[in-house]
Design a protein around this ligand. Structure first.
Ligand code: UDP
Length: 362
């Protein structure tokens, strides 16, 4: 197959590329603004990097889609600080531009694998009804199922939700094309993937990455680890190799298995509060890499508005129901939380070569 990865130069795309080149015979065309994460794939005989910005390149993107067998759309702004600081750009890229890709796939009858987000689920019922639910901490209230769970978002003035909302509308339009039998598609909802090459360190590059990179940076610099609104929110972290294993099964599976399906991809057993994440990362760092270079950072509490600006709101908790991926794809995540964190941190503290000790499952 000729696989087109749109936005394939990002954190997820570079790992998909690597896996496709290593373990399949497919041709991989990667379209992105940047190739920095693709260095180990550049030069491979079945790999082609195409530099471009979809917002100014529609004719060429349509041609690339026309020439592909499968289109994987990873193009997105997927970072909460951007949802708050540039909501219209987030909408334009995540909805308007992505919709064009969908429509090109409809026109040229190409299978589309669309990356969406677990953020479409929003908040839990428990967060709204805290005092009225006797068992509000029961994980069952936070388990999200692809085809049954309703979405709960905050009000419009909490514009963080524009990302969730844009992705939701895109999913609904893709679904509607499917209803009319005009599109073969699979939608993927990632649950907090982490691993080597995620984001960047804020002390080295301007911007506001996701929490894992902030905490890493704090460990490197000794600056405090900031717990937004106390760090009580919970996430389930998924090691990128587990995620890519599932994604490649979706790419490779015959259309009947995945067609018109939505898949959660995540590790339900790897749940942790952000407060505990800070302490766990500090503990791993102390055991593996700390030699007294800097003071070990202390967690401090910071409000969401101070950290992100007005319009910030949060998902309190999200646990993926992965029954569908288990049953239809035979997939099972294998990295536990400690491994996920240690291997992801290892890349930054040992360098890329330092990840060679990570076990490769076959
Ligand atoms: N967060 C934090 N400290 C930071 C950055 C983020 O406590 O330095 C919190 C954030 O408020 C959210 C959680 O960590 O509750 C995860 O945020 P992230 O940016 O990783 O993305 P999300 O999972 O919300 O998409």
């Amino acid at each position: 197959m000729k696989i087109l990865l749109l936005g394939g130069g990002g954190f997820i795309g570079c790992h998909i590329t690597q896996k496709l080149l290593q373990s399949t015979d497919h041709l991989v065309n990667c379209y992105d603004l940047f190739d920095a994460r693709l260095q180990d794939s550049l030069g491979h005989s079945r790999f082609n990097y195409i530099h471009g910005d979809i917002r100014h390149d529609h004719t060429r993107v349509e041609k690339l889609i026309h020439d592909a067998d499968v289109v994987v759309d990873l193009i997105a702004y997927a970072n909460p600080s951007l949802y708050v600081s540039i909501p219209l750009d987030v909408f334009n890229l995540n909805f308007t531009e992505n919709l064009k890709i969908t429509e090109y796939c409809v026109t040229h009858q190409k299978r589309l694998i669309q990356f969406s987000t677990c953020e479409v689920y929003g908040k839990t019922v428990a967060s709204l009804l805290q005092n009225q639910l006797p068992d509000h901490d029961n994980p069952a209230h936070a388990v999200f199922q692809e085809d049954n769970t309703a979405f709960i978002l905050g009000p419009v003035n909490k514009h963080r939700w524009i990302y969730s909302c844009a992705k939701q509308l895109l999913e609904r339009i893709i679904h509607a094309y499917g209803l009319e039998d005009r599109l073969n598609y699979t939608i993927i909802r990632p649950f907090n993937f982490i691993g080597p090459r995620i984001d960047f360190l804020p002390s080295e590059q301007e911007g506001n990455p996701r929490v894992f990179s902030h905490f890493l940076d704090a460990l490197k610099t000794g600056e405090p680890m900031k717990l937004i609104n106390g760090g009580h929110q919970r996430r389930t972290y998924t090691y990128i190799d587990d995620a890519v294993d599932c994604i490649v099964r979706i790419v490779e599976n015959p259309n009947q298995v995945c067609d018109k399906e939505i898949f959660n991809i995540g590790s339900p057993d790897n749940e942790i509060s952000i407060r505990d994440l800070a302490f766990k990362m500090r503990c791993i760092y102390k055991r593996r890499w700390w030699r007294g270079q800097t003071e070990l950072p202390e967690p401090i509490e910071v409000s969401g508005e101070t950290f992100y600006g007005e319009g910030y709101d949060d998902s309190d908790r999200r646990i993926p129901d992965i029954t569908k991926a288990q049953q239809l794809l035979g997939w099972q995540p294998r990295y536990n939380l400690d491994q996920t964190l240690e291997y992801s941190m290892g890349y930054w503290f040992n360098g890329e070569e330092g990840t060679s000790w990570i076990p490769q499952f076959t």
